[in-house]
Design a protein around this ligand. Structure first.
Ligand code: NAI
Length: 278
């Protein structure tokens, strides 16, 4: 389906851990669309993950470690990426998230605040750090596009999502606030994509994931958007066809966010009620 939509463009893809990662699919998609990329992830993820396999599939893309909570790592990454690709960059995918409270199944009402700080630092402030590092090193061309991945728990409560909901709310706010600054400064655009539940390492770690994956599937007129669908959408957002879109949270969820209740959910409840009444 490639259209060379990103021919001549260069960018950084953060967060490809394994073949299920949204970043993994996005890397393959943007390369198929003609882009040249640098892959980055936290040092520990590079040691554990399979990123070199992905790099080989992406025209031997350079792999550069950076902890998204380290300003120094990110500034070095920007410099090295410009050196590796021979110029400034046109897009960045921020596909980074982690909550120690979710990992350790610590309830939201009994949160561990050190963990909570880590959640916010890794999953939200990291977007600010990435943008600040890009600005300081003047790493982005005019009209460059930065996309971060979010989830509807930023607007509505999904109890199992725990402190990641607060992190996503902050992430979306940073996209607006930095998008304003970078837009006026350099015509750089910053958006978040609010993606359907997707079976990945980060996604499956959320309590009750299977249930809300199925619930979202039945609620969404188009069904859940897959990681491949998300990759395609990100490619359009990196392209020149969306150059006036900035400071937005864009729902990519098969219609879930605008559905009150679906007939499929009503039927499920009716069925359950009938069983109860027998
Ligand atoms: P994933 O687990 O494959 O990706 C998360 C990535 O974050 C990993 O590659 C991990 O190494 C990286 N990361 C964690 N700590 C880091 C650090 N300190 N520095 C740099 N990188 C770090 O899972 P997935 O689902 O592909 O997640 C990507 C993004 O999509 C996340 O922001 C997630 O919250 C978001 N998202 C996921 C949904 C889902 O259901 N899977 C739904 C909506 C949004």
């Amino acid at each position: 389906m490639a259209h060379q939509l990103l021919k001549g463009k260069k960018g950084i893809i953060f967060g490809a851990l394994d073949e299920r990662s949204i970043a993994w699919k996005t890397a393959l998609t943007v390369v198929a669309e003609g882009a040249e990329i640098v892959l980055s992830n936290a040092p520990i993820a590079l040691r554990m993950g399979k990123i070199n396999e992905l790099a080989a599939l992406c025209n031997n893309a350079p792999v550069i470690a950076a902890d998204a909570t380290s300003t120094t790592d990110l500034e070095t990454l920007m410099q090295k990426s410009m050196e590796a690709t021979g110029g400034k960059l046109d897009f960045i995918l921020h596909s980074i998230g982690m909550s120690p409270n979710v990992r350790k199944t610590i309830p939201y009402t009994d949160t561990n605040y050190d963990n909570f700080h880590k959640t916010l630092d890794i999953s939200a402030l990291s977007l600010h750090r990435v943008l600040q590092a890009a600005m300081k090193t003047d790493a982005l061309n005019e009209w460059a596009s930065v996309v971060a991945l979010s989830y509807i728990a930023a607007q509505r409560s999904f109890p199992g999502y725990n402190d990641m909901a607060d992190a996503k709310a902050l992430l979306e706010s940073i996209a607006r606030s930095f998008g304003y600054q970078y837009g006026f400064a350099k015509k750089v655009r910053v958006n978040t994509v609010s993606q359907s539940p997707t079976v990945t390492t980060a996604g499956s770690g959320v309590a009750g994931f299977d249930v809300f994956f199925t619930y979202a599937e039945k609620m969404s007129p188009l069904g859940n958007a897959t990681a491949e669908d998300c990759a395609n959408y990100c490619a359009t957002l990196f392209s020149d066809y969306t150059r006036m879109v900035t400071m937005q949270n864009l729902f990519h969820d098969g219609g879930f966010s605008n559905t009150g209740v679906s007939h499929l959910i009503v039927e499920e409840i009716q069925k359950a009620n009938k069983v109860d009444n027998i």
